[in-house]
Design a protein around this ligand. Structure first.
Ligand code: AHM
Ligand code: MG
Length: 336
């Protein structure tokens, strides 16, 4: 009967976070409540993503459903799900979403001390064809929730208290760091619970995969061109690297975290700031990668040290295995 006991003694995400928070004597459970609401949002979006193809088959998309509501696009729906989940947690004062031009200041009655930045459904170009997409989030604390201003969120990524993502892929995975390493949970659809399946994730020191949109090569900076050339034709006689690029940041980062290697969305002549958004794409992923023992570099310095000036600002990013990022840095140093 030992096996039986094992199967029911699962480390759910709630239990895990409660355990972690109990290490802080001042903790009053606010963070756990906030996280529960984020997890709920992820489960909701996961179920909507899984049904996306069906909604189409049944002719629901863009039409009115039985309740007479218009069927929403998945990214719009996901944004509403997270905004509602975060506000109703009663633990947030300021929200920044990729889907909303303006930041959301939570009404005094529902206010709490946390600030959440998020991309509710990233990888929009992959939605229609059923390829993995995901939600990315980062959490800050406001100095004073009753006097919160935009400056409270225009903070470097190294001030984040936690960051994570949820990947809606072949399985639904929730990966999070609260500043003490990285842990991964898999949704058990029959239980509706995220179970700890990837404790204390460490990225391999070095990998054999590179991940970048090579269609932009024409406009790249010299160090990136040289590095990618070296991935294909290594100068030191080592084997060439494999290329993997989903075009969904969450999927590309998840693979990088587990298998090692490098992911880049560098600056180029057409987009001097790259494509990815600093607050809710670059910062959370850089935070996770560093927590797993990797690095995140912008081409100039450490990604987490950037100070955002605008909420939707972009930044180049090169992140992954420690030694692979060192290698890219060497090409930048040599080009100076
Ligand atoms: P999105 O927020 O419009 O979905 O764009 C972000 C996505 C990332 O998931 C991905 O890393 C990147 O865009 C891919 O861009 P590209 O198609 O230029 O390679
Ligand atoms: Mg995005």
């Amino acid at each position: 009967h030992e096996g039986e006991a094992k199967r029911t003694d699962l480390m759910t995400i709630t239990r895990f976070v409660l355990n972690e928070q109990s290490k802080y004597p001042e903790s009053r459970g606010d963070f756990t409540i906030l996280l529960n609401h984020i997890v709920l949002g992820c489960k909701y979006v996961c179920s909507a993503v899984n049904k996306a193809g069906l909604a189409k088959l049944l002719g629901l998309a863009g039409e009115t459903n039985v309740q007479g509501e218009e069927q929403k696009k998945l990214d719009v729906l996901s944004n509403e799900v997270f905004v509602n989940a975060l506000i109703s947690s009663g633990r947030t004062c300021l929200l920044v979403s990729e889907e909303l031009e303006e930041a959301v200041f939570v009404k005094p009655k529902q206010r709490g001390k946390y600030i959440v930045v998020f991309d509710p459904l990233d990888g929009s170009s992959n939605i229609e064809c059923g390829v993995s997409i995901g939600t990315i989030f980062g959490i800050y604390a406001a100095k004073d929730k009753d006097k919160v201003t935009l400056d409270d969120v225009l903070q470097p990524g190294n001030r984040m208290l936690a960051a994570g993502y949820c990947m809606y892929g072949s399985s639904c995975m929730f990966v999070i760091s609260t500043g003490h390493g990285v842990n991964g949970f898999t949704l058990d659809p029959s239980l509706g619970e995220f179970i700890l399946t990837h404790p204390n994730i460490k990225i391999p020191k070095k990998g054999n995969i590179y991940s970048v949109n090579e269609g932009n090569a024409k406009n790249w900076e010299k160090p990136i061109t040289e590095y990618v050339d070296n991935c294909k034709f290594p100068q030191d006689g080592s084997s060439p690297k494999s290329l993997r690029y989903v075009g969904s940041m969450v999927a590309d980062i998840h693979r990088t975290l587990l298998y090692g290697g490098i992911f880049m969305y560098p600056a180029d002549k057409k987009s001097p700031d790259g494509k990815l958004r600093l607050l809710y794409e670059v910062f959370p992923m850089s935070y996770l990668l560093e927590q797993a023992g990797g690095q995140a570099f912008t081409g100039k310095g450490r990604a987490l040290d950037l100070v955002p000036k605008k909420i939707h600002e972009r930044s180049p990013v090169i992140l992954g295995s420690y030694e692979d990022v060192e290698h890219v840095k060497a090409f930048y140093a040599a080009s100076k």
